[in-house]
Ligand binder design. Structure first.
Ligand code: AMP
Length: 114
């Protein structure tokens, strides 16, 4: 997708602050962090939103969570706790339409989210 900023990060056209990369996923620091640790984990293949996931993507979705687990360990937030969030659609707060798992930690989290 030529107009997708996250695809540009994968292609190298943009250079995020990468914290983890595998053959299937890329994890980088959010440009507008909402917590001391705020990392986005994205698939290297463009998928617009959760609504576009197919059964064949199940393994890839698992890879996003395994990457989140590794990021949390690297960042030293795995023991204290962290939150993973994937927004779907504008009303839920999705602003970049390439699926991404937020990994937030380093502070206490509120529930329910606003
Ligand atoms: P969402 O609102 O759930 O779609 O999350 C999109 C996230 O992408 C937001 O937290 C933004 O701060 C983040 N973001 C947007 N542009 C960039 C960028 N160039 N580099 C890193 N994070 C970005």
């Amino acid at each position: 997708m030529t107009d997708c900023i996250f695809c540009k990060m994968i292609s190298g056209e943009m250079t995020p602050d990468v914290v983890l990369e595998t053959d299937q996923v890329l994890a980088f620091r959010d440009i507008n962090p909402q917590a001391p640790t705020h990392v986005l984990v994205i698939p290297k293949r463009h998928i617009t939103s959760i609504n576009d996931l197919q059964a064949a993507d199940a393994e890839l979705v698992g890879q996003l969570y395994l990457a989140a687990q590794q990021v949390a360990r690297q960042e030293g937030i795995d023991e204290d706790g962290y939150r993973t969030v994937m927004n779907c659609g504008e009303k839920a707060g999705q602003s970049v339409f390439h699926i991404h798992l937020h990994v937030l930690g380093g502070r206490a989290m509120q529930w329910p989210p606003g």
